[in-house]
Write a new protein. Sequence first.
Length: 233
Amino acid sequence: MTNTAKQAAITTKHLNHFFGSGDARIQALFDINLEFARGSLTILMGPSGSGKTTLLTLIGCLREIEEGSVRLLGHELYGSSEAVFVALRRRLGFIFQAHNLHESLTATQNVLMGLQVHGSGDRAKACIAAHHILGLLGLSDRLDYLPSNLSGGQKQRVAVARALVSNPEIVLADEPTAALDKVSGHTVVEMLKALGQTRGTTTVIVTHDPRILEMADRIITLEDGRIVADDLQ
């Protein structure tokens, strides 16, 4: 096995994060030390306000690292330029509870946006890829539907397809199954597990959904910005 293969996809060391300033400054994360192996599926759990989403956004280059270290795909984020952040974001797939679909675009067109950021120039191949992944998520009959004509669960599955169509190296998901029924939720997580096994995709999921816990390789629990449990499944 090469050094690259052995290297963790994500590493955090002595990571702290704060919100506000002066007397209103509040610490949101306390000394977070973690490694996420390539190809693994990890769930972050904990009550609202425990720091789960904050940690996810720091890992995903969506917030600046204030104290400590985050290494993402071999690159140190602390002190990195915006250009580095932009380049790394293109190697990630993001799934958020708010699906953030463009209302004027069809399901297919929304998914194609996940390829456009990578400069995919072959429109025909891109459409085939978009239709394939939408089909895997049970949306073959909704390819040309606008978001206004989709249910909440269908919109979320389009958002999942958009995140996965470019075969990202890391998937970061915040409550991706909250709007989905049990079968659809399991389909999404099974797809993420399969990507980990076949392509080495690393997935980190923030969730309160007990229906998908058994599918994780690892469950990390946070409370008040601190890791209180770290369990391998």
